[in-house]
Design a protein around this ligand. Structure first.
Ligand SMILES: Cc1ncc(C[n+]2csc(CCOP(=O)(O)OP(=O)(O)O)c2C)c(N)n1
Ligand SMILES: [Mg+2]
Length: 343
């Protein structure tokens, strides 16, 4: 009994630790725009607010399973164990990056860890992930696919076509709809923006006779329970599920590129900048999944305050080292520009 409790405790602390590592990494990406203007040449989109959904979902995976998110993709490889140094070097466009500096923030890939790649074309990653599930089924690899995508992406045709095919063929895939309530600059809800029909979004699963469920995406344990059930179903050959995880994107959609010599910056959140609704933003900021989970673990005696502090400090050290490594890494040589271009 004591051993089981210890195991449970370790698992909860592990979840907290991964959430903190993701947040600290993304804070460093955001800071780079201020402290080292022009270092990140393209766009970067942060997933702060999504940590409980990412870690809770991936908590249930086996190491050989495939993980295929959309373009807001920093958090997932962090949980899979991809070195932060290589990730930061990729975001900085450097030679030592995961994709030798050719991919950038929106195109991270780590095939060794079954993270095949991401796409900035909204909705299409759902079709890619469904294809990966077809491959796993044909090859009998026993892998399942964790397919993450946004509320906006779920309006695309690729979503409906993919869910139909996955249901018919009982593909080993979990569709994790990250409802962060914004689609770039537009609020998702029907009343506010006339952008999205049908709530909760998970009820669309019924059209394909697959299980659909909406969970509190600020609670990693609730996410892990729902996704774990879907994973057991997929592994048993019973087919796909749709999980809508509802949370709030805590940063603006992405950075804005201003004209040099002005630095590239992150603007205010769209709730404030577009809708003038600071109250909505503050309400959700108070439900920050990391703050909530930290308080809960401390209150229930699972984690000591001191442990929480050392988790934060070691994440900061790890990230600082990744930043140093990335800044020291050279840019790819100009003559390499056309390498890896297939057209
Ligand atoms: C096919 C396509 N259309 C439009 C865009 C421009 N675009 C970039 S992000 C985005 C919104 C995506 O919203 P959502 O799927 O909810 O993902 P989130 O940004 O919230 O993670 C849009 C429309 C795009 N990249 N691809
Ligand atoms: Mg969204």
């Amino acid at each position: 009994m004591a051993a089981k409790r210890r195991w449970e405790k370790d698992r909860l602390v592990w979840i907290y630790q991964q959430m903190v590592r993701i947040r600290e990494f993304e804070e460093a990406v955001k800071r780079t725009f201020i402290e080292h203007p022009q270092v990140i040449r393209g766009h970067a989109h942060l997933g702060d607010g999504a940590e409980a959904t990412i870690v809770g979902s991936l908590f249930t995976r086996k190491p050989s399973d495939m993980v295929m998110p959309s373009y807001r993709c920093h958090g997932y490889p962090i949980v899979l164990g991809t070195p932060l140094k290589q990730m930061m070097a990729e975001i900085y466009g450097r030679k030592d990056g995961l994709c030798r500096g050719f991919g950038g923030s929106m195109h991270l890939a780590d095939p060794e860890r079954h993270f095949p790649g991401t796409s900035g074309i909204i909705g299409q990653s759902i079709a890619h992930a469904t294809g990966a599930a077809v491959s796993a089924q044909i090859k009998h690899t026993d892998q399942i696919v964790y397919c993450f995508f946004g509320d906006g992406a779920s309006k695309q045709g690729a979503f409906y076509e993919s869910l139909n095919m996955a249901a018919i063929w009982k593909l080993p895939i979990i569709y994790i709809l990250e409802n962060n309530q914004y689609q770039a600059y537009t609020h998702f809800s029907l009343e506010d923006a006339n952008a999205m029909a049908g709530e909760p979004l998970s009820k669309k699963a019924a059209a394909f006779s697959m299980p659909g469920r909406t969970v509190d995406g600020t609670d990693p344990v609730a996410v892990a329970e729902a996704v774990g059930k879907a994973a057991r179903r997929a592994r048993a050959g019973k087919g796909p599920s749709l999980i809508e995880s509802k949370f709030y994107r805590l940063s603006a959609h992405g950075n804005v590129i201003t004209v040099p010599p002005l630095p590239t910056q992150f603007p205010e959140h769209e709730a404030i900048a577009v809708y003038g609704n600071r109250a909505e933003f503050e309400e959700w900021r108070a439900k920050d999944p990391i703050g909530q989970f930290r308080a809960r673990l401390i209150e229930q005696g699972t984690m000591a305050e001191g442990d929480a502090e050392s988790i934060l400090q070691s994440a900061r050290d790890e990230v600082a080292e990744a930043v140093r490594f990335a800044l020291d890494s050279p840019l790819p040589a100009p003559e390499e520009a056309l390498n890896y271009v297939y057209a």
